[in-house]
Design a protein around this ligand. Sequence first.
Ligand code: COS
Length: 385
Amino acid sequence: MGNNAGGLYALTEEHEAIRAAVREIAEREIAPHAAEVDAESRYPIEAQKALTTAGFHATHIPEAYGGEGADPIATCIVIEEVARVDASASLIPAVNKLGSMPLILSGSEELKQAVLPSIAAGQAMISYGLSEREAGSDAAAMKTRARREGDSWVLNGTKAWITNSGVSSWYTVMAVTDPEQGAGGISAFVVHADDPGFAVGPKERKMGIKGSPTCELYFTDCTIPADRIIGEPGTGFKTALRTLDFTRPTIGAQAVGIAQGALDAAVAYVKERRQFGKAVAEFQGVQFMLADMEMQIEAARHLVYVAAARGEVGGPDLGRLCASAKAFASDVAMKVTTDAVQLFGGAGYTADFPVERMMRDAKITQIYEGTNQIQRMVIARSLLK
Ligand code: COS
């Protein structure tokens, strides 16, 4: 629980040291490739190597499984600082957390020992398979099935929009084991890319986060050992939603990072750009825009850290707080990146500057890990219950 007793938070010297270390790596080894990664829709392999070498690829994994055991705020800071230069690359630590949280929260000790050390060591990554084409916001409407056969589970179906698919070795997959039970008939499993009957589809062509592959997963009599189930049969949907309570703040952190990157670029640009005989930074209208961007980012950052810290102690308002952090920060990222493009004028609309990429990347943070409409539903349900 450390510094976050009661769910309150304070940033420590260690947090600031982590921020400085990640920023240095991000600027030196990730930022120089970000435009090319986006233009070519290629995986940011340089970022993966740099983050893995420095131990920033999956900081949340507990020490018992060879990880850093970093607190949730530290993990948010890592994601934030990587997203500040390249949102696609920030999905390496973010999706490693998303894919492994079901296991950390609900898996057997044996399964944790079988999977988590490879992720902590940077030998493998893990993705999260909940959504299907016809089961996005209504996640419990999934059709992928898993049936028990002797010492195995056999999976059939298709998962959609799976982040980092193809580059991950492990996949947490939610599937229906008892169709009579609705959400209570869904179970969670860990599938390995080499398991028979598992395949990854072609890459989606996307608006943003182009460096992070998004594909379908195909299960055709995909056969896995019986002990790859996470928790008891029928607990998978709850595990999947509980996971999101721990990872929606990390998407908030990604959004804060994207927004900060756009503000930093805009501040530098308006000091250089001259019109009407002076730097555009000297116009009060521009200054007010910058001030609004700064206020929103700082507010989002603190809400994200509060929500992340609350995960360590739980409480009835955890889901509401995490939904608030994700929705607020991602709305801020969309607004701030759009304003950054505006401050760059015509130049901002071209790929010569990073702000148009940041604006495209920001959009997904309002959609994935639950649309912001779903976040507002979660918040309102919690208020009204
Ligand atoms: N933690 C643990 N359990 C939870 C939970 C949470 N945060 N939220 C809900 N549950 C439980 C409920 O208590 C319920 O169990 P009981 O029937 O035993 O009470 C069960 O899970 C089903 O919950 P609910 O009835 O609320 O499910 P709905 O089908 O109404 O769905 C929403 C709830 C819409 C909030 C959920 O489907 C959701 O978050 N959808 C978005 C999915 C998403 O984020 N997709 C992105 C994928 S990751 S890129």
